[in-house]
Design a protein around this ligand. Structure first.
Ligand SMILES: [Zn+2]
Length: 409
């Protein structure tokens, strides 16, 4: 860690209990002012999403409410949402970081940025918009849905950058290919919200849309999308260590892992005013990439996400991540990147069925199924039931799509 980063952390800790009733409560048994070393810091309790839920509605605020200019809410699928308050400075800092992401991706004020993520309580669309406006590019705030209108506007306005989730980018790419309108589309860059996605899907989107793809990282609890993105040199994502401190922990024990090892990303905000967070568990699995990037940027990097710590599924005692299935599909000739996994318990045994799309004719499919089963066996020492389906048969969605369904409980 840079020495100035630790100074920033100590400054945050010096006043956190005075400013934030949430942390005053959480750190009752601790005196964050006593943190003198990195080891001390690593002893501070982690902050979890459940802690944030318990603070609903405005319990996270660390400023008087008159200084809060906006709230966002994370799209909790269950239970109480999390509300994150922002000051004017927070909104500015977020826009600044998003602008830096666009610049890292080689996007300029001459670009026309077609924004398909949703607007509203969550942070997706509005983050793309803030960054575009601060950059001075033309923002085209489409929001999600209505693919016909999306494509019409994309052609009429000559959109050069698309902001989307990977599954919506794939849907658009497929529709453009089906309609044969590729030559009327001017896109050159795709900025794709970082869910974890396989190399095969990446190259399909890149080829069919004719764009360079950039993974943008972020989460509502920590500003929103825009806190990291990959450069033009490679796929690892640079993150903004002047605003945020990243640690990687063992998700099971909470222990901090050495640089380079994969685990769960934990983030501390260095400048956030409305809702500063200390050692926040993201549940995103990645690693910090050691060394400097070929692009020459001084900003450190994390690897493309390899999954969510809560996406891990145990079948027959083996830990399985979606990335394992994606890697197996990538080496299976004839299999596309789209898949869905069902895990069932039948006759006292766990059965894992992997549905995958293929454009190959019926008579080739048994061979592709065998090859996929072998690829998964090589990787996980686990036998599955592979089932080939037609291209387009599995659901696509504008939101992050769930691909693994555990029906055992
Ligand atoms: Zn780089």
């Amino acid at each position: 860690m840079k020495s100035e980063t630790f100074e920033q952390i100590k400054q945050v800790l010096a006043t956190i209990k005075e400013k934030s009733p949430f942390y005053a409560q959480k750190y009752q048994a601790f005196e964050p002012r006593d943190v003198k070393t990195l080891e001390d810091f690593q002893q501070l309790p982690l902050t979890t999403k459940d802690d944030l839920r318990d603070a609903y509605p405005l319990g996270l605020a660390a400023v008087p409410t008159c200084e809060i200019v906006r709230i966002h809410s994370s799209s909790g699928t269950t239970g109480t949402p999390v509300i994150i308050p922002y000051t004017a400075q927070d909104v500015h800092d977020w826009a600044f970081m998003f602008k830096r992401c666009y610049e890292m991706a080689g996007i300029t004020r001459d670009d026309r940025i077609h924004i398909t993520p949703g607007y509203g309580l969550w942070t997706a669309g509005i983050g793309f918009q803030l960054g575009a406006e601060m950059l001075g590019a033309m923002a085209i705030p489409m929001g999600p849905g209505n693919t016909d209108k999306q494509l019409q506007m994309m052609m009429d306005l000559g959109s050069t950058v698309i902001g989307a989730t990977s599954s919506y980018a794939l849907l658009l790419a497929e529709t453009i290919a089906q309609r044969g309108i590729g030559d009327k589309i001017k896109l050159r860059k795709g900025v794709i919200g970082s869910e974890r996605w396989g190399e095969k899907m990446r190259s399909r989107i890149a080829n069919e849309l004719g764009v360079d793809l950039h993974d943008i990282y972020g989460l509502t609890e920590i500003y929103g999308p825009g806190i990291g993105i990959n450069c033009e040199a490679e796929t690892a994502m640079h993150y903004w260590d002047d605003f945020l401190y990243f640690e990687i922990i063992d998700p099971a024990t909470g222990a901090v892992l050495p640089e380079g090892e994969s685990g769960e990303l934990v983030i501390t905000t260095l400048k956030k005013e409305g809702a500063p967070l200390i050692r926040y568990r993201t549940h995103d699995l990645t690693r910090i990439v050691p060394g400097t990037c070929a692009c020459g940027s001084p900003y450190p990097r994390i690897e493309t996400l390899i999954g969510r710590s809560d996406d891990m599924i145990k079948v027959k005692g083996i830990n399985i991540f979606p990335a394992h299935i994606e890697e197996a599909l990538a080496v299976t000739e004839g299999a596309s990147s789209e898949y869905q996994v069902m895990i069932d318990h039948l006759d006292g045994k766990d059965i894992m069925t992997v549905f995958f799309e293929t454009g190959s004719p019926e008579e080739h499919r048994p061979y592709i199924e065998l090859a996929l089963n072998q690829a998964i066996k090589d990787k996980l020492a686990l036998s599955v039931v592979p089932k080939a389906v037609n291209l387009g048969d599995l659901p696509r969605s504008e939101k992050k799509s769930k691909r693994i369904f555990d029906n055992r409980y």
